[in-house]
Design a protein around this ligand. Sequence first.
Ligand code: PLP
Length: 443
Amino acid sequence: MPEAHPDSQQVIQDNRDYTLFSWSAQAPLHPIHMVGGKGSHFFDGDGNTWLDFSSQLININVGHQHPKVLQAIKDQVDTMCFAGPSFATDVRATLGKKLAEVTGLAKSFFTLGGSEANENAIKMAKLFTGRDKIITRYRSYHGATMGSMSASGDPRRWPVEPGLPGIVRVFDPYMYRPPMGGTAEAWEDGCITHIEEVIQMEGPHTIAAMLVEGITGSNGLLIPPDSYYPRLRALLDKYGILMIDDEVMSGFGRTGKWLATQHYGIVPDIVTCAKGLTSGYMPLGAVIVNQKIADYFEDHFLAGGLTYSGHPVSLAAAIANLKVYEDENLFEHTLEMGQYLGLRLEAMKRKFVCVGDVRYIGLFSVLELVKDKKTKEPLAPFNGTSPEMTKLAAHIKSKMVYAYSRFNFLWVCPPLVVTKEELDHGLDVYEEALALVDQMIAG
Ligand code: PLP
């Protein structure tokens, strides 16, 4: 049991007084004072142990404080803390080779996170094709830098609009809520055919790339039909449009594979990744390009760079982290735990009025909450919240389970090292909260 931190309240106050927190008006905030962690748990300044059912920001895949990743960071710090981005380094060679092996692509360009990775992927796609437009999906998030934020589809882009010119959006493979009141059966075909129509209307020769999350994460975990990616791959190839696969959240074991799109047997032209690349132990992102794009930049200027591109300590963390995935068979464990999680989620859908849909793949899953299963009226409006969602989140938090909820969605995304007992504990707490919501709905 961790000990209470004597100055915890002061630390929180100083954080509030001297720093700015993301995605919030600052006044209502009361952040948890986090002081450490181990595996699926983290500890707060009051001496509490929390079950991390969100892997922080769905990134700490190997769990908190994995000794092998910590050691690799310490070793690299002792050897060489920094090398400028124009130098060749041992860690750069090792990680570049490994990323080519696991993705089936050719070369990596390193960034500090997912937003920068998408920013650079968009730039490279434009340079390579000589075209300007980028297709993205409405229910998507690609980052918070100006380009990646405006390429996103979800409401987080609104404050920076009009943002990057040339972004064209299409609808998502959201089979629970097909657009325009259609049926899921019709949308299985329509979710591809309408993209072709948009391509025609925009002019195929003007479109550089389509940027998609491998599996949409923070907009409700949308799992496409099996036919989606093979058909999309063929469609984009038909028009010489690149496929940029944003695997920042869905990649590196979260779904039980290196990339979520590997479930569908396709290879994108460009993969962007971050989060699970280092499990968050050090900041790192990557843009991984195919051979054709790599060859193009042999004799064309790559107009971009970052002081911290290829930071040796970040690369060392990534190498150790990827080795943990393999040495500890974490992807197999993810699939096994994911199967159990799926059974429990299906049971929750049957048991609670407010659970409209459950979607899961590996340890990447969501409950979509509704007021009425038949009408599918969301438990909170798009881009909003509701007394029911507030109650649900407050109950889960009061039981020291750290969960991610947004709009009418509640995620289950624990570290990939989670045990069946830990899953059961967190899901039991979720069930208590869902029972409270059902009571509220029943009035
Ligand atoms: N892309 C996706 C799919 C994400 O989920 C995120 C972050 O949550 C990003 C990009 C942005 O990554 P970062 O916050 O590391 O810049």
